[in-house]
Design a protein around this ligand. Structure first.
Ligand code: ZN
Length: 234
């Protein structure tokens, strides 16, 4: 039985998805000494602003701010994510190679179809990765697949408590994505403009609901157990 190589692997459909929904969690995991890898499924080449090269440079700069040593880009076509075996088997290859304990994807109920497809792809790949008869590489079982929120939020997310430091690092990492968040001459106006301020309000408000400086919401398909009334069984 092989052991895990990474504690957490965060998948995004586009560069910046992981930071928007889970940047604080990533900063927290790194601060706690855990190994995190980010995997962008596309280079985000269909974004209204920026191009693939610029967005890759921004994604790598953000990973550095978060303290993540490795960030992959699988180069699937932007707006072309599909639940097909080509894409699933490539994600299985990555899961079996990196052997993460926990995996995250965008929430399956998001209003952007790429985020929905990313959730389905990661879920299918996590299932296939543990099947002995799928492909020829060693199977790998991910303990849990979590989903994070980008544009839409589930009615009742689990809120992860974040320290001030985690929230500040998330905001700093997001500011690496100048092509997406900075308005200026020649940029096309998108709903990402103004998002940094809205995200700060959102994460601060989520934190206030649980008595924390900041928080991020997460969703879990599998049942979650309680060890006792104070602690979750994870
Ligand atoms: Zn996205």
């Amino acid at each position: 039985m092989q052991s895990c190589r990474y504690d957490v692997m965060v998948f995004g459909a586009h560069p910046d998805d992981a930071e928007i929904g889970a940047g604080g969690m990533i900063a927290q995991e790194v601060r706690l000494g855990r190994k995190v890898v980010i995997c962008d499924l596309t280079a985000g080449e269909m974004g209204s602003n920026g191009d693939a090269v610029q967005r890759r440079a921004e994604a790598l700069a953000s990973a550095e701010v978060l303290g993540v040593s490795e960030r992959l880009c699988l180069g699937f076509p932007d707006r072309g994510l599909q639940l097909c075996d080509n894409q699933i088997s490539e994600i299985v290859r990555v899961l079996r190679d990196y052997r993460p304990r926990m995996v995250l994807s965008p929430w399956h109920g998001d209003d952007h179809l790429d985020h929905v497809q990313a959730a389905g792809l990661v879920r299918a790949a996590a299932l296939n990765a543990r099947l002995r008869k799928y492909g020829s590489s060693e199977p790998w079982t991910v303990e849990r697949v979590w989903e994070y929120f980008i544009h839409e939020t589930s009615a009742n997310p689990l809120l992860l408590r974040l320290d001030d430091e985690d929230g500040a690092i998330k905001q700093k990492a997001l500011r690496c994505y100048l092509s997406q968040f900075q308005e200026g001459e020649g940029t096309v106006s998108t709903r990402l403009h103004g998002l940094l301020q809205r995200l700060e309000w959102h994460d601060r408000y989520a934190g206030s609901q649980i008595g924390a400086p900041w928080a991020e919401g997460f969703w879990q398909r599998e049942p979650l157990g309680l060890y006792d009334l104070r602690n979750m069984l994870l």
